[in-house]
Design a protein around this ligand. Structure first.
Ligand code: UD1
Ligand code: CA
Length: 454
């Protein structure tokens, strides 16, 4: 069975009050449309077709990496009209599944169930029983409980409006049959639109059995029309991810104050304090503890390492049993070995820090190779940039760099060397020796302070 998925995403999204097309608004850090494309991928869709609206170039550009076909619907003349535009792109498929670019939480399991439920028929609908059906199309059934038609709210009689089984919009159909039905719908209704829902009546008239199933949770079929709904779905998504992580052995100090915008692979007994944000691909070894307000993006942290509060780590690798923070910033290509300590107001970029080395306070290390067992004193700066190019600083094993040292790269500090505090090091220093580069301290005996003239 070849499955084609058509994703409707041509709506204007006026109620977002945004310059950004609605389907590009992020949920968990990714465009709404990316979530829907992923759902289609996960059910094994052979082809994915996105119907986009006028001015949708931004949508295409934002999702350029996706393997899908883009079909423009220049004028929004209804959901039926939108699907008609996509039909040529799925003509060689067996079945067509219609999804929505602004309904991001649809679960692959629900879609699989819908497809399975309609395996023997030419049309299947996803419906939902809701307490307040206002605004939705209603499912009309005959006395045997067979679906006969969908009526839109605006076209419905008062009796029909009492029905609480609603059309979610999701449907799966035999490709050839759907093309035929769509060729016969018209726009003779309250909104003057071509309704996708009208294929239901045509199918029933032909005597087709219309299958139906319901989602596990109504939130799966909830659409995003404004930023309030977007925020609601974000919380639902985050709650689910938090629960999944907790079940897999991660402790969250408060699941309501945790945000995942990517993937987190965590070994056992990881502890995340409140307001931790995980972005991109993050891996945390067993027993890692992350303090409050940390942001971790595309990084790997080794087992039993502790990241203290308010640290920001991006594109970095940290070994085991290390201690980072509070208030540390690790930038791309920071590679910290086991047992390293990095403290407050320390920034590290494109730098390796060998085992057991420490930079505990107020330091910038950029473009540096720091050996093992090194102590970097407070206020040490690698002057890696001359205004045009970046240069390397090499610091050998066992070096002690005194506080407030400027290391003007390119420069090498030999192993076991000691650099006196306050030095400006512009040339390579020999190993094992004390090097100082600062004004000598003198005392002028008998010097008197100036006095105010009377
Ligand atoms: C539609 C259904 C209704 C269902 C409801 C569920 C129809 C006629 N009605 O109503 O039965 O209860 O969804 O939310 O299908 N779109 C396009 N091009 C268009 C029109 C719409 O791409 O020309 C897209 C929109 O971007 C949106 C989706 O289709 O994502 C639904 O369109 P919308 O106008 O919101 O349909 P409803 O009136 O809510
Ligand atoms: Ca709608």
């Amino acid at each position: 069975m070849k499955l084609g998925v058509v994703i409707l995403a041509a709506g204007l999204g006026k109620r977002m009050r945004s310059n950004l097309p609605k389907v590009l608004h992020p949920l968990a850090g990714r465009p709404l449309l990316a979530h829907v494309l992923e759902a289609a991928q996960r059910i094994g869709a052979e082809r994915r077709v996105v119907v986009f609206g006028h001015g949708g170039e931004r949508v295409r550009a934002a999702l350029a990496g996706q393997d899908c076909i883009w079909v423009e619907q220049a004028e929004q003349r209804g959901t039926g009209h939108a699907v008609i535009q996509a039909m040529p792109a799925v003509a060689d498929m067996d079945r067509v599944l219609v999804l929505y670019g602004d309904v991001p939480l649809i679960a692959p399991e629900t879609l699989r169930r819908l497809i399975a439920a309609s395996a023997e028929t030419s049309l299947g609908l996803l419906t939902a029983d809701v307490p307040d059906p206002t605004g939705y199309g209603r499912i009309l059934r005959d006395l045997d409980g067979q679906v006969v038609r969908i009526v839109e709210e605006r076209d419905a009689s008062p009796d029909e409006r009492m029905i609480r089984e609603i059309n979610t919009g999701f449907l799966v159909a035999d490709c050839a049959r759907l093309a035929d039905w769509l060729g016969r719908i018209d726009d003779d209704n309250a909104q003057g639109e071509y309704y996708l829902t009208d294929v239901t009546g045509l199918a029933a008239q032909e005597g087709a059995v219309i299958a139906s199933t319901q989602p596990d949770a109504v939130v799966e079929v909830a659409g995003v029309n404004d930023r309030v709904q977007l925020a609601e779905l974000e919380r639902v998504f985050q709650r689910r991810e938090a629960e999944r992580l907790m079940r897999s052995g991660v402790t969250l100090a408060d699941p309501a104050r945790f945000d995942l915008r990517g993937t987190l692979q965590a070994d056992m007994d990881v502890y995340l304090d409140i307001n931790v944000i995980i972005e991109g691909e993050v891996r945390l070894g067993a027993g890692v503890r992350v303090g409050a307000n940390c942001i971790l993006r595309d990084c790997r942290i080794g087992p039993d390492t502790e990241i203290l509060a308010n640290s920001v780590i991006e594109g970095a690798e940290v070994g085991g049993k290390a201690r980072i923070g509070p208030f540390s910033r690790l930038r791309p290509e920071a590679r910290l070995a086991d047992d390293t300590h990095v403290g407050n107001f320390v920034e590290i970029k494109k730098t390796t820090l060998g085992q057991g080395s420490k930079a505990n306070h107020l330091t910038y290390l950029g473009d540096a190779e720091v050996g093992a067992g090194v102590n970097i004193g407070a206020g040490t700066i690698t002057c890696n940039y001359d205004g045009a190019n970046k240069h390397l600083t090499r610091i050998g094993d066992g070096v002690f760099v005194g506080s407030n040292t400027a290391l003007v790269a390119p420069v090498t500090v030999g192993m076991q060397a000691t650099i006196g505090a306050g030095s400006v090091i512009t040339r390579n220093t020999p190993p094992e020796q004390l090097t100082l580069a600062r004004g000598r301290q003198i005392t002028i005996v008998g010097w008197e302070r100036p006095r105010k003239k009377t």
